[in-house]
Design a protein around this ligand. Structure first.
Ligand code: MG
Length: 216
């Protein structure tokens, strides 16, 4: 049976949360706003507030521009999870069956994962909207990933035939399996171990190596 590998981006493919990095990069974002953004991210991760609510608040607090996005990409290139760098070849060789599904933003994710052979058609993420001066003034609200159970909606549409493996660190990753669109949920703990998620996982992964070993 064919294996489909669904991989989360923030705190899974990369070591931390891309929107937190963007907030730090934006010099129009105050230290106080930065802390608020990190708190909101955490609440969302643990399923404590709705994603839509969390995203709207964070984008406003961030006050970021297209240049901040470019600098964030540079920073993230140095913050890819160690075992993903180590297993670049595996990712490249299996890129047709790997999907990056993230509530993060395509403008940040695509430049990072394309270096691992992952094509845009296999990335499902949100997208920013900019004003004429290049400041982020919103995001595409029609994208299913702005909605509650967004990742589930994406999987439902993909209609993948075979075994579906979900690798991620948060509740929205687990939700895909919970709603019946994945066979296995692997809690990814190389970067962060969310205690509230442990019981929900089929397997815990300290690294991508452990996943590769499991499916080989
Ligand atoms: Mg994540």
């Amino acid at each position: 049976m064919k294996n489909h590998i669904i991989i989360d981006f923030d705190s899974t493919f990369i070591k931390s949360e891309s929107l937190d990095i963007l907030a730090k990069t934006s010099n129009k974002c105050t230290k106080d706003s930065e802390n608020k953004i990190a708190d909101i991210t955490k609440l969302g991760m643990n399923g404590k507030i709705s994603f839509k609510n969390s995203l709207e608040k964070r984008i406003k607090l961030m006050n970021a521009s297209i240049d901040d996005v470019k600098n964030t990409i540079k920073t993230i290139k140095n913050n890819i999870s160690d075992s993903f760098i180590k297993n670049k070849k595996f990712i490249e060789e299996n890129s047709e069956n790997i999907y990056i599904i993230s509530s993060g933003f395509i403008e940040i994710i695509h430049p990072i994962v394309r270096e691992y052979g992952i094509k845009k058609k296999n990335i499902y993420a949100n997208s920013f909207q900019f004003d004429l001066k290049g400041n982020i003034n919103g995001y595409d609200k029609n994208n299913p990933l702005t909605k509650t159970k967004g990742k589930v909606k994406v999987l439902k549409k993909l209609k993948l035939d075979g075994l579906v493996h979900v690798i991620g660190d948060g509740y929205t990753d687990y939700e895909i399996k919970k709603e019946g669109y994945a066979n296995f949920f692997y809690l990814y703990i190389e970067n962060i171990k969310r205690e509230s998620m442990i019981k929900k996982a089929d397997f815990l992964l300290k690294s991508l190596d452990e996943f590769i070993e499991k499916i080989s």
